[in-house]
Design a protein around this ligand. Sequence first.
Ligand SMILES: C[S@@+](CC[C@H](N)C(=O)[O-])C[C@H]1O[C@@H](n2cnc3c(N)ncnc32)[C@H](O)[C@@H]1O
Length: 348
Amino acid sequence: MKATGRSIGVVDIFCGVGGLSYGLKSAGLKILAGFDLDPFCKYPFERNCKSIFVNEDVRKVTAEAVNCRFGGTQIRVLAGCAPCQPFSTYSQSRKSKDDRWQLLRDFLRLAIEIRPEVITMENVPRLAHNPVWNEFVAGLAEVGYEVSWDIVRCEEIGVPQTRQRLVLLASKRPGLKIENLERVKKPKTVRDAVGALDSLGAGGKSSKDILHTASRLSDKNMSRIKASKPGGTWRDWKKELRASCHVRKGGETYPSVYGRMSWDEPAPTITTQFYGFGNGRFGHPEQNRAISIREAALLQSFPKAYKFVETAEDVSFRRLGILIGNAVPPLLGKAIGKAIKAHADASF
Ligand SMILES: C[S@@+](CC[C@H](N)C(=O)[O-])C[C@H]1O[C@@H](n2cnc3c(N)ncnc32)[C@H](O)[C@@H]1O
């Protein structure tokens, strides 16, 4: 008979503000520590994940330093989400020599030296087309892990967003499969996620929530958003409102920038620049502004009470844009956590 209810502990490498860890915690896993280079992540990670933040460069972190965080945990889960910038279209086309390519290899190095019972990692789908991905998967298989990975559509997991992510699960025992991630029957919409929030103007701040704040709009962008329909494009605008790159021949390629979201569909992928109306389909469905920081967090499936900053002075669109836009949606983390828990209970 299998012993159920054994302790499952997670160390999160590249933990950020804790999107992945918070989700794993919601599934009943204990978050033992998170490692990240950005000291700004300490407050949100520790506050929401009830864990310890280690502010270190993963390139210099030893297997011993990570392993000691597991203590006597029976099922050790090594979780990680190496920064995805090196895998973006832009960097690939530049054939960037960015040394952050190395970070995935560092995660592999730690996994091979520590040999945790379970490993999970998340990244952008494009990574699957890069040779470093084959190297990563083969490296785990070579030391005996059963590896399962696929591109997951976050809206199928209940995240109110059409984000796609590459998710990998690996275990020392057979049976931990990506297809075991629980799916929802009906996708959640923008209205489900942010429909109840106070209305706000461009540049406005809610008196109830320091993160329900929207960036300012220039006069031109105000005219543009007023002319935008939910789910529409800049093609709905009069010619004089269009950006010069869109008016030029051949400039018709990105219809979804300067768009409004639709109330009754999931949001588009929340990027690190969600707070700018011109940066994607980030216009509010009916208010004349881009989405607020809190709305972006809710569309990423962070709970409303998630604390990202300690004081109002710490609120920065740019900084929180990076941390929220790069986070693993907590609901995806929760689905991963539930699959790991069921596997651990059945197989170890
Ligand atoms: C994709 S984000 C992680 C998101 C996080 N898992 C979450 O769900 O919120 C990648 C993180 O890697 C961190 N990072 C980048 N280079 C690093 C390095 N050399 N060592 C440690 N962390 C690093 C960044 O600060 C960023 O928080």
